[in-house]
Design a protein around this ligand. Sequence first.
Ligand SMILES: [Mg+2]
Length: 227
Amino acid sequence: MIKAVIFDLDNTLVDFMKMKRMAIEAGLTAMIDAGLNITIEEASKKIDSIYKQEGIEYQKVFDAFLNNTIGMIDFKILSAGIVAYRRAREAALIPYPHVYSSLNKLSKLGIKLGVLSDAPAMEAWLRLAYMNFHHIFDAVVTFDDTGHRKPNPEPFRAVLNKLNVKPEESIMVGDWAERDILGASNIGMKTAFAKYGDTFNTELHNADYELKDISEIILIIQKENGL
Ligand SMILES: [Mg+2]
């Protein structure tokens, strides 16, 4: 009997890579418009290498980019970039198709809903609040709650504790096989691979189920629970 569905956040509920791409492109375009002398291609390459080095959640990416490009922070250029980045991010921060309706249906089936994300607490909650998801989930566990990342069992145990369900009464939905799926199945949770959010061209995910659309989770729960 499945009592809870736990979702990864980035590339499972929200198309994080698309959001990032659109926000960065808008930011760079605005910085070039404000006087920065660089092509968008060259600038994109620099941004990619900063993210590679500092991590995709790095908050000072434009500062580092300007230091690297013109040897200083020009605040006119930086501000133009940040404002454009934020506007584009907000516009692009929308859930995948059928996320709202699927969460709604799961709720009506009496299923508890959780989020388990490796993102820092502030970033994860901001993304949830942008999408108006902050009231929908019964439990949210981020990196800051345990100090561990998936596939470490700690974050999985933390979210199950908050939801008060056993591993075998839950199903984990995620796009990252080595983290979401492996970590969940290691502690006895059922698993569904979010194929629609896969950015790695994953060949082998070893999940119990594969989702081409998030709405398929409804049929899986109905089947698991004999409804
Ligand atoms: Mg993910």
